[in-house]
Design a protein around this ligand. Structure first.
Ligand code: F0G
Length: 448
């Protein structure tokens, strides 16, 4: 690609490696069908030589791009001119040191951190990606957009589409979405199509619909979205005084986050802005554990980009043959054909990553633990702490290692999961309401 452009799209397959300009809009390599990456001519990207320069911008509340938790890192995702950049205040999220949960897990108290992405405008990490992807959508003149979703993508897309004046259609699996998320898509004015199927069915349909109708696709297949999600890692290291933690723990669904995080660290290392890359743990739910199965049992690896496609094809053929549909209480990660699988393998390679799956029971107990001692989160996010329990128990993660768990979605996204856990006494942290007669003395007795 000509050196006159800072950024370009590139097919991740080393056998293909086709390159395209960023003003082109496509979601897979038109030559070979593999995933696309955004690559940069770093010598032209004007990246500051000190990471602290990014942090200083945050003080400027009157400058929306400086204040945005995504765009204040703009030189690290330098694919679009400022005039197209979209922000609605995403990325004002915090890294909470959580001594109580650390103590509960038997860790050194100061070593556990929760990156709370529920503080985003639509209540999940997706807004980081949408700020970037909608900027690209405006750059290419898109008028209408679409996504498939387990809920959070649709909420975020609906919000940003409204902000950008794009028409928006979201595809969700019938009965597969938490109510908080469904309410957002409807409230923000998206056309909401409930498909009789699961997320993987929606994902297939939306790609064909986008192609047929020329809609701009906002799933994490869209490489520009992942550029925005890199900033979650920048903010974690910023909150640690620009130090890299030992571990990043992240839930695995469609594998956009893990892919973006691996790319973020790879680039920072290449740029000489960090001296080491953290390890990464990606946590599936046992009812949707394609990644875990493929990596731990089928030994699927990145292999310099030469991924053994036959292992994947055989695996998916097996899922189809037994009419497999994933099931977990963590509906956000109820996905069995993760579109970013190969990029995630790259991230595992870069970050010396590990993968494991946790049960719904473990997820719900971890969620209640986080609710009791932290900021609260939706079930998928709690897979991180549930996974960390295993990693501490088998010694993979040391008790004094600095660990940052990414809490991807707000607790109110799935209030049903929370209410049912407590009301139905589903676990050790259940805290159901106490029935009381309408009588002062009786009420006082209960409280004493
Ligand atoms: N956590 C939450 C709260 C999510 O909503 C998602 C994905 C994930 C984790 C998984 O992240 O796909 O990057 O591995 N939700 C998508 C959606 C699929 O449609 O809202 P991933």
């Amino acid at each position: 690609m000509a050196k006159s452009v800072v950024a370009y799209q590139k097919c991740i397959s080393p056998a293909c490696g086709a390159e395209f300009e960023c003003r082109e809009s496509m979601f897979k390599c038109p030559r070979c069908g593999d995933l696309l990456d955004i690559q940069y001519h770093w010598d032209q990207a004007k990246v500051p030589d000190k990471l602290s320069t990014f942090g200083e911008r945050w003080a400027r509340r009157d400058k929306p791009l400086d204040f945005s938790g995504v765009w204040r890192f703009r030189e690290l995702l330098n694919f679009c001119p400022d005039k197209h950049k979209v922000t609605i205040g995403e990325g004002q999220t915090i890294l909470q040191q959580n001594r109580a949960i650390a103590a509960h897990l038997g860790m050194k108290p100061e070593s556990l951190f929760l990156q709370y992405e529920g503080l985003n405008p639509s209540g999940s990490f997706k807004d980081n990606g949408m700020a970037a992807a909608f900027s690209h959508a405006l750059m290419v003149g898109a008028q209408s957009c679409a996504c498939a979703s387990t809920g959070n993508t649709s909420a975020s897309v609906a919000l940003y589409a409204h902000a950008c004046g794009l028409k928006c259609t979201v595809f969700i699996g019938s009965g597969r979405i938490a109510f908080g998320k469904l309410s957002q898509a409807m409230d923000y004015g998206a056309q909401t199509i409930q498909i009789q199927g699961d997320f993987d069915d929606c994902m297939r349909q939306v790609q064909d619909v986008c192609e047929e109708l020329g809609l701009y696709l906002l799933n994490s297949l869209n490489p520009f979205r992942l550029e925005g999600q890199k900033t979650i890692m920048y903010r974690i290291i910023e909150a640690l005084g620009w130090e890299v933690p030992d571990w990043i723990v992240v839930p695995g669904g469609n594998l956009g986050n893990s892919s973006a995080f691996g790319k973020a660290f790879l680039e920072l290392k290449q740029l000489g802005l960090i001296d080491r890359v953290p390890r990464m743990a990606i946590i599936n739910a046992t009812g949707a554990d394609t990644l875990t199965d493929l990596v731990n049992n089928k030994k699927l690896v990145w292999n310099g980009g030469h991924v053994d496609q036959k292992i994947i094809d055989d695996y998916y053929a097996g899922l189809t043959a037994r009419h497999f549909s994933p099931h977990t209480c963590a509906s956000a990660i109820e996905i069995s054909r993760p579109v970013n699988l190969k990029k995630c393998l790259r991230a595992i390679d870069v970050c010396n990553g590990v993968v494991l799956a946790v049960t719904d029971e473990e997820i719900l107990n971890a969620k209640a633990l986080i609710g009791k001692h932290g900021l609260g989160c939706e079930p998928a996010s709690a897979a991180t702490i549930a996974g960390l329990v295993h990693l501490l128990a088998d010694g993979t993660v040391a008790k004094d290692a600095r660990v940052a768990c990414v809490l991807t979605g707000h607790t109110l996204k799935d209030a049903n999961a929370t209410v049912n856990y407590h009301k139905d006494r589903q676990g050790p942290f259940s805290n159901p309401p106490v029935e009381a007669p309408n009588d002062l003395q009786e009420i006082i007795k209960l409280i004493r």
